[in-house]
Design a binder for this molecule. Structure first.
Ligand code: UD1
Ligand code: CA
Length: 456
């Protein structure tokens, strides 16, 4: 633990520019909410206490993070970032503290560490993280004196044309000293600015005038993107996705078209796996070596062993054994377990069902709450009738069984090993191992029917 350090996360703002009924920090990026991203960054610097300033819709945020070791401070109504830090005064115990906005999700822990290090060395009141961007729109601009020394941060709303052309921006991340001088400067902030708020950025000007401020210029500006509206959110998605995919490619995964492939940062992929365009991998997924996934596939919280092929399919909470083939157009729902070298084909849906090694369900089937033995064959149009309108019931199909086309298996029901069920049967009773069951109306054939109709 970094015993000399507390962290204050600012998340009380209204997030007006998101135009949302949800707090901004609960919006998702790469499948994880913004505040969770920031907390992961914070975890990387091991602070003594993590203080979160909340205001607008604070209960929603607290509910989403219940059970976490966080100190909450209320700022209601939000009157600016300077006011937010002021609200956290009593909660800060350590001699130094880092302030970060809840809307800068890609900030790496390393940037915070270097900021703290520079702050401790300089013994200043304020050290601010800055970066240079091609388009500084929306950010506070960093002003420096003739010798390059930091003099102030000016918000865009208060900036003239000349200041607006400055490309060095304030990332909104600071290391501050828990000193009386700092708190009295915060107490003296004035809302005499274009937004009528108490700006934390004014602290930079005050500290710079005392010769007690410096800046750390971070080279990778894309890591400091602030999320103010949904365009920023989409841009952050692009940055995060690109970073994830580059890492995969460098580790030996072929991504045919990185711009049309979406992979969550937690995903693990084995060597020589090929990911085709239009593939979305979300949540906690791992894919083995030599898999082929996509095109047009969505995979959520699922695992593939080595050599699996998945095309044009949706998998959620599924596990697939080595060298199995899924799709096109299969839907594996939570609890689907597919055995090695098994095959799930066109328009087949599985839910809470296991398909044994080498078993096949090639076409148009629904298999729910079922176990299917190794090498079994499920014909086109077979349905497990697992729901009677009130409860779900199980179906067991033995190894090597053959279920003909268009069979309805009315659960609960068991089909023994190597049993055969004739096409079109409605099966309501168990079928013993090795037996043949046919349960359909006997075909009636009337010869010369046409001739008889012509006579009458
Ligand atoms: C802020 C900075 C700007 C910087 C940018 C970096 C100020 C005045 N401006 O602008 O210089 O370039 O971040 O991304 O600080 N918040 C509160 N209480 C409030 C107001 C805001 O907790 O009263 C929180 C918000 O929830 C948000 C963070 O502070 O998480 C930043 O607020 P935001 O309104 O997004 O500031 P920016 O306009 O982005
Ligand atoms: Ca912001």
């Amino acid at each position: 633990m970094n015993s000399g350090l507390d962290v204050v996360i600012l998340a009380a703002g209204k997030g007006t520019r998101m135009r949302s009924q949800y707090p901004k920090v609960l919006h998702h990026l790469g499948g994880t909410c913004l505040l969770e991203h920031v907390l992961r960054t914070v975890a990387g610097v091991h602070p003594q206490r993590t203080i979160v300033v909340l205001g607008h819709k604070q209960h929603q945020v607290q509910e989403a993070f219940s059970g976490r070791e966080l100190v909450y401070v209320t700022q209601d109504p939000p009157a600016g970032t300077g006011h937010a830090v002021r609200c956290a005064k009593a909660a800060v115990h350590a001699p130094q503290f880092v302030v970060l906005p809840g809307d800068v999700p890609l900030l790496p822990p390393q940037a915070v560490e270097e900021l703290v290090e520079q702050h401790k060395k300089s013994r200043n009141l304020v050290t601010v993280l800055t970066t240079e961007v091609a388009d500084p729109t929306g950010y506070g601009r960093v002003l420096r004196g003739a010798g390059g020394q930091l003099t102030a941060v000016v918000e865009e709303a208060d900036a003239g044309e000349e200041v607006r052309s400055v490309r060095e921006i304030n990332a909104g991340v600071y290391c501050l000293s828990n000193a009386p001088q700092l708190w009295s400067a915060l107490d003296e902030l004035s809302p005499a600015n274009a937004q009528g708020e108490l700006y934390l950025t004014e602290l930079v000007r005050v500290a710079a005038e005392l010769g007690a401020a410096s800046a750390l210029l971070w080279p990778r500006s894309e890591e400091l993107i602030g999320i103010n509206d949904r365009r920023d959110l989409a841009q952050a998605e692009r940055i995060l996705n690109q970073r994830t995919i580059e890492k995969l490619m460098l580790s030996g995964v072929t991504v045919v078209d990185p711009e049309h492939t979406y992979v969550s940062p937690q995903t693990l992929v084995g060597q020589d796996t090929v990911v085709f365009p239009g593939t979305h991998i979300h949540g906690e997924c791992w894919l083995g070596r030599g898999c082929r996934i996509g095109p047009g596939t969505q995979m959520i919280d699922s695992q593939l062993e080595d050599g699996v092929t998945v095309e044009w399919s949706v998998l959620q909470g599924a596990q697939v054994g080595a060298e199995a083939h899924i799709g096109p157009y299969a839907h594996l729902r939570p609890g689907a377990r597919i055995g090695k070298r098994a095959r799930v084909g066109n328009f087949v849906e599985l839910k809470a069902a296991s398909l044994g090694d080498g078993a096949k369900a090639g076409h148009l089937a629904y298999i729910g709450d079922a176990t299917i033995g190794a090498g079994a064959n499920i014909g086109a149009g077979a349905i497990t009738c697992n729901y009677d309108g009130t409860s779900k019931h199980p179906t067991h199909i033995g190894a090597g069984a053959f279920i003909g086309s268009n069979v309805a298996l009315v659960a609960p029901v068991t089909i023994g090993d190597h049993a055969v069920v004739g096409a079109g049967s409605v099966i309501t009773q168990d079928v013993p191992p090795g037996a043949l069951a046919v349960a359909r109306a006997t075909q009636v054939v009337k010869p010369s029917w046409k001739d008889r109709r012509e006579v009458t």
